[in-house]
Design a protein around this ligand. Sequence first.
Ligand code: NAP
Length: 308
Amino acid sequence: MRVAGIGRAGASVEVMETGEPRPLADDEVLLEVAAAGVGNWDEFVRVGGWDVGAVPPMALGVEAAGTVAAVGGAVTDWTPGDAVLTHPLPLRDQGTWAPMLIAPAALLARKPPSVSWEAAAAFPVPALTAEQVLSDALRIRAGEHVLVHGAGGVTGGLLVALAALRGGQVTATAGPSSRARVSALGARHVIDYHDQDWPEQVRAVTDGHGAAAAASAAPGGAAAAIRAVADGGRLATITSDPPAEQRGITVYNVYVRPDGRQLRDLATRFGGGQLEIPVAASYRLPDAARALARVTGGGAGGAIVLVP
Ligand SMILES: NC(=O)c1ccc[n+]([C@@H]2O[C@H](COP(=O)([O-])OP(=O)(O)OC[C@H]3O[C@@H](n4cnc5c(N)ncnc54)[C@H](OP(=O)(O)O)[C@@H]3O)[C@@H](O)[C@H]2O)c1
């Protein structure tokens, strides 16, 4: 099987030959991959900064959408031909940048028919991250003022949509080109993060107190975001930059966690049109290095996917 991956930690991404997928364990499925997501988190895997359960030589990739080709002996929920998406960590064999993928059946969600393969492939990591920030860490309640810093990105946009669906009064930061999209996702106020005083602008639109809860999806942005949080509030960052706690604010440093039940709930909302993934570009597997460079370069303008 020809995959896109690394021969050793830190090596450049290349197309490489691996063996054919091994026989399935009882709780596994074999997927024919239709598309796989590419995120800057894959760069952390490439350099050895995120243990995803496999060691090089290996295919990279931690999310995919595809068709069930075979099921293990104890799998009753899925049958060959089902269209699914997954964040299948820890990896059972290879990563998702491959034509075939072995995944635990418990971590699959049905792909909504209305959603493209590309959008479905780029959905699991950002959607699970956003849900876990809002539900598990911040525990957003209806009516609360919620700040999403870095709302112009893929994960940032899902944070806005999911916070609004929970009844939060969302204020977001975004650049001028993302403003209209972020408003349409449910933000009542959109503030340009290029303004140095944007945290003070957030305070001005939240009765002067600041947001009760804030999610920061802007790299290096949590130190500014905490200035916009009310005394005794909550701040979650997804960019590994938690500031020291201050003014009674609780700080959460969130990393995505595989969760089949959450993914199935999120996929239902995705299919219902409540959530969206803007796909900026898709690349073929031999161009995986270019795809990865595009996401690590920042400002891809949406999700990047690989098609085998
Ligand atoms: N911890 C985890 O498990 C986890 C999971 C998923 C993602 N992440 C991380 O979260 C970050 C965001 O992910 P994403 O999917 O939203 O990325 P993305 O789609 O690449 O987001 C890029 C957008 O972020 C906005 N941005 C850039 N710099 C900013 C700044 N200084 N202040 C405010 N906004 C800024 C820009 O939007 P404008 O168009 O508005 O300028 C840019 O277009 C990435 O660093 C990613 O690695 C972490």
